[in-house]
Design a binder for this molecule. Structure first.
Ligand SMILES: [Zn+2]
Length: 252
């Protein structure tokens, strides 16, 4: 999909502008609950955050318990006793992108360099949840850009992908749009972070809500792309990126 946005418009003065998601909007780091089991006192910034985390976890566990009961099971039976809590922690982890913003993710990973060749980072793994069914979709992302004096540390590109994908995908009406928005968010973030002359992002994913329910179409994949700046305006640049980002092996 070619987007209607001019890369230059977005990028104008971008390095001086604030990056999306102010610290006040960021969620407290609930994803820690998944990695540190029950230990709620691991490194919380303050007592208020810790209390909030405890309350949130309790609320989520209660909701999962009600769900388990609703499907015809007994939440208190041995195998399920700790499931509501585990599921709550897992969901916190699956949505940990709400705990980051572009500035916190990129950090000091921007380098001044006169490198002018295309940078391509491909096969970045993607795991996300659709907002319609809270069912996973997963796949791979390739990101390319043409630097203008600044490059991003390679791991930072992957972290940007993770920040957006570990959130519910919003403002969309079906699978393709869910994924299109994510594709575009990644491209715009790269543009904002290092102001390259162009950015390309290709996402290839399988949506479990298509393969597990409704008209189940196993192995069906959705591919979306977003090209900004020179990647949109210059067919040769776009072609170079698409060739470099192509993978021969299949998704699974
Ligand atoms: Zn869905």
């Amino acid at each position: 999909m070619a987007t209607g946005i001019s890369g230059r418009n977005i990028a104008a003065g971008s390095s001086q502008q604030s990056l999306p998601g102010s610290p006040e909007e960021m969620r407290i780091p609930l994803s820690r609950l998944d990695t540190h089991r029950d230990q709620l006192d691991m490194g919380w910034k303050n007592e208020t955050d810790k209390k909030k985390a405890e309350e949130t976890l309790e609320k989520m566990s209660g909701a999962f318990s009600a769900l388990i009961e609703s499907v015809g099971e007994q939440p208190e039976r041995e195998g399920l006793k700790r499931t509501p809590l585990r599921a709550a922690k897992a969901l916190c982890f699956f949505t940990k992108g709400y705990e980051d913003n572009l500035a916190s993710v990129v950090g000091d990973g921007i380098f001044q360099e006169n490198h002018e060749e295309m940078v391509v980072v491909k096969d970045i793994e993607l795991f996300s949840l659709c907002e319609h069914h809270l069912v996973p979709f997963f796949g791979r992302v390739s990101v390319g850009y043409l630097p203008q004096g600044q490059v991003l540390g390679l791991s930072k590109v992957a972290r940007i992908v993770e920040m957006f994908s570990r959130r519910l995908q919003v403002l969309s009406s079906h699978q393709t749009l869910v994924q299109e928005r994510l594709t575009r968010e990644i491209a715009e973030a790269i543009l904002k972070a290092i102001n390259p002359s162009g950015v390309g992002v290709v996402v290839e994913a399988t949506h479990m809500c298509m393969t597990m329910r409704g008209v189940s179409k196993p192995r069906s994949r959705t591919t979306t792309s977003c090209m900004l700046g020179t990647f949109r305006d210059d067919p040769r640049t776009r072609e170079e990126f698409l060739t470099l980002s192509r993978t021969r092996d299949s998704l699974f």
